[in-house]
Design a binder for this molecule. Structure first.
Ligand SMILES: Nc1ncnc2c1ncn2[C@@H]1O[C@H](COP(=O)(O)OP(=O)(O)OP(=O)(O)O)[C@@H](O)[C@H]1O
Length: 711
């Protein structure tokens, strides 16, 4: 189907030989001195072979869907050492935990980074995807906290981890929980991500964090800023600009910080360049301003940018730079990976399971399909992601996603990453590919490119040390392309017009003409594709001027062309309009279709009633209300009432949390009720005060207490 727009598939090798280099102000010696280069290479080769065998056997038992390719080498095995070789030595608890996790050896990035952080050094770590960066900071963070924190002093945060996305923050949080449990430490971890709970829950969680504290905070920049600096309220730029309080930004007034960070020992910024790309510079600046200068800071990512260098200069002290890189090895022959070898379900799956989901024209059967993108409701987004990563080993999963899933996520056993279009920012490319072939496993990555102009992208990426090779041409049944029984493998033998592909598109258009939902989604997909194409940084390769928009629209199975300025100037129109009355395409969902019909009728009436006068909008509104049915009228009222109740509930929760804070400050300050819960103390206090002064509300009690204290 993709042949109409993209006729070439290119696969990018995400595993090759890895190189560990350390540079900058401090040189980090990550190898025993006596090892010479020759010995080292021998060892690397040996390690690689062993691990490939292990991975192969594990995978065979775990997942029956696999492709035949093997990694050439792995970042996990070269330069790896046993955990006891790390100096300063790790604690017995951590050694026991990594052993229980089954990690016999460190990865290169772990072997290089952990000692630096333990030796009180700041680090900037640039290491390939899937090389184990998370443990490279989680382990030293736990070791430092354990060493530096006095018993039962875990209330004020000792470490903050900033991540660009909620999913990544959740993943890091889980790794911390797992290790803390294995080590049996009494540290607490708080996950600070925005939008995951409803507002009442957020208020309650904040109140809990305020009263109980947390040893480690893991979260996204906005939420962490709210917690450490206080939430911004209003927009009093001029008023607050003159104020000198540190936590007041120039753009507004802030509430009191939820937590004080003066005992912080370590700050980690994961996917540092992405944090800056996403525009979190201001939030990071605010968080940094609240942290003690005497701390260790670590920046981690698979790619670094100039903006990160700026951050390094301002936020880190004399850092060690640790680089774990992949060496280009196009000449060594990268194995070609094609969709047929990736998606062909094993005989075992076909025999043991009944197909319940079939994609026309492919051999995808019994596949769990999910989608993930930034516009999703946060709750649904979390649920989808959790379900996908929790899929049983014998289920094949297909995640259709945007770049929200391109970084850091460690989804188990991803066989292949397919990029429908290269990312607008080429730096994102290795991150996307890096969701597969992680930690010594095998996998492949495919990107679709249009012939000629877009193929320059291969050269463009090879300069950035990312090798690609063309994939085989496949027919609509995902079989290698054949003419007269002969397999055609040379690109020059590929067809100009692909009949099978056109037939498939016609079939998809027929389906679209019967389902309004697909029809509407197709239009949206096409428009957003064109818009994003215009944003490619390498616009001399991805030139909107040279993109055949008509063919692209056809490839998206559109029935007609949308009204877009880009389409007006097309010189050689090739799009064939589908012969159908577009207004008659129904929704397959009966209720939705009924509503659409009513709406269409009403709109026609409104048009008649409102006329063309000056007060057109007012007339429209009145006409709309006049046409409203009794049930619609009730529904509108109910919605308004529900909104009011939600507002009231939120206000009550905030008031309750504030009252609790005030009371706990008053009560716990004089050490009287240390062993009782806040609720118990509050109700006792309330009763006592009510009897004494006849105060009617809790706030009344708090206020009168505050007054008394002042006197
Ligand atoms: N020492 C080790 N031995 C074997 N596997 C490991 C080791 N350390 C980590 N792993 C595993 O490697 C996988 C990748 O680790 P991690 O997610 O930390 O990679 P990453 O470098 O952060 O990747 P990305 O850049 O994509 O975020 C995880 O499944 C993790 O459990």
């Amino acid at each position: 189907m993709e042949q109409s727009r993209k006729s070439k598939k290119v696969s990018a090798a995400s595993t090759a030989e890895h190189k560990v280099t350390t540079k900058d102000s401090k040189t980090v010696n990550i190898l025993p001195k006596e090892q010479n280069e020759q010995k080292l290479q021998k060892k690397r080769k040996l390690n690689t072979e062993n691990t490939n065998e292990d991975v192969k056997s594990n995978k065979a038992s775990k997942k029956s869907l696999s492709n035949s390719s093997k990694p050439k080498a792995s970042a996990v095995v070269s330069y790896s050492e046993t955990w006891d070789k790390i100096k300063p030595s790790l604690s017995m608890e951590i050694l026991g935990a990594v052993d229980k996790l089954g990690f016999q050896k460190t990865t290169p990035v772990q072997f290089a980074t952990i000692p630096q952080l333990l030796k009180e050094k700041d680090v900037v770590v640039e290491a390939v995807t899937g090389s184990g960066k998370t443990l490279a900071f989680v382990i030293p963070v736990l070791e430092i906290i354990k060493k530096r924190t006095k018993k039962n002093n875990n209330k004020n945060p000792k470490a903050i981890i900033i991540s660009p996305t909620r999913e990544l923050a959740q993943q890091i949080y889980n790794v911390f929980l797992q290790l803390i449990e294995l080590c049996q430490y009494n540290f607490t971890v708080h996950l600070a991500i925005g939008g995951s709970q409803n507002e009442v829950e957020t208020v309650e969680q904040t109140a809990k964090l305020k009263s109980e504290g947390a040893t480690i905070l893991v979260g996204t920049p906005g939420r962490l800023e709210d917690i450490t600096c206080g939430r911004l309220i209003g927009n009093t730029a001029k008023k607050s600009a003159s104020k000198t309080k540190k936590w007041q930004s120039s753009t507004g007034r802030r509430t009191t910080p939820v937590i004080v960070c003066r005992e912080l020992e370590v700050l980690i910024m994961d996917e540092a360049d992405r944090l800056l790309d996403m525009g979190f510079e201001k939030q990071i600046g605010m968080i940094l301003s609240m942290l003690p200068k005497q701390r260790r800071t670590g920046l981690f990512s698979a790619t670094m940018s100039e903006a990160v260098s700026q951050l390094v200069r301002t936020g880190l002290r004399n850092p060690s730079k640790i680089v774990v890189k992949v060496e280009s090895s196009v000449s060594s022959g990268i194995e070609q990976k094609t969709p047929s070898s990736i998606f062909k379900p094993s005989q075992e799956i076909l025999e043991t399971k009944q197909p319940d989901y079939i994609i026309p024209g492919s051999s995808l059967k019994d596949v769990y399909i999910a989608s993930l993108h930034g516009q999703m409701d946060p709750k649904r987004r979390k649920m989808t992601y959790d379900q996908f990563i929790g899929l049983p080993a014998n289920t094949t999963g297909l995640l259709i996603c945007t770049d929200v899933a391109s970084r850091g996520l460690d989804i188990p056993d991803v066989d292949c990453v397919i990029q429908w279009d290269p990312p607008t920012d080429s730096k994102v490319f290795p991150h996307r590919c890096g969701r597969t072939a992680r930690a010594g496993r095998d996998g492949s990555a495919l990107v679709f490119l249009c012939p000629d102009r877009e193929e320059t992208y291969v050269e463009f990426m090879s300069i950035r040390k990312i090798p690609m090779v063309p994939a085989k041409y496949l027919d609509s049944k995902l079989k290698p392309y054949m003419v007269n029984g002969q397999n055609k493998t040379n690109p020059s033998q590929y067809p100009e017009v692909d009949k099978e592909s056109d037939d498939l598109i016609e079939l998809a258009r027929k389906i679209t003409s019967r389902d309004r939902d697909i029809y509407e989604k197709g239009l949206i997909a096409f428009v957003s594709f064109v818009r994003s194409y215009q944003k490619h940084e390498a616009n001399y390769i991805f030139s909107p001027k040279h993109l055949d928009l008509h063919k692209t629209a056809y490839g998206y199975c559109l029935l007609h062309l949308p009204r877009m300025p880009e389409l007006v100037t097309v010189k050689t129109p090739t799009f064939i309009k589908y012969d159908i009355d577009l207004g008659k395409i129904p929704y397959t969902d009966k209720k939705r279709e009924q509503q659409r019909q009513i709406k269409a009728k009403n709109q026609a009436k409104i048009k008649l009633l409102s006329g063309d006068g000056d007060s057109k909008d007012k007339g429209k509104k009145m006409a709309k209300q006049a046409l409203e049915s009794w049930s619609q009228h009730i529904e509108r009222k109910e919605k308004r009432q529900a909104r009011k109740e939600k507002r009231d509930k939120k206000r009550d929760a905030i008031q309750k949390a504030n009252e609790k804070d005030l009371v706990s400050a008053l009560i716990y300050d004089n050490n009287e009720n240390k062993d009782k819960s806040i609720d118990q103390v509050i109700s006792e206090k309330l009763l006592e005060e009510k009897q004494k002064a006849g105060a009617t509300s809790l706030l009344g009690v708090v206020k009168s207490n505050a007054k008394k204290q002042k006197i």
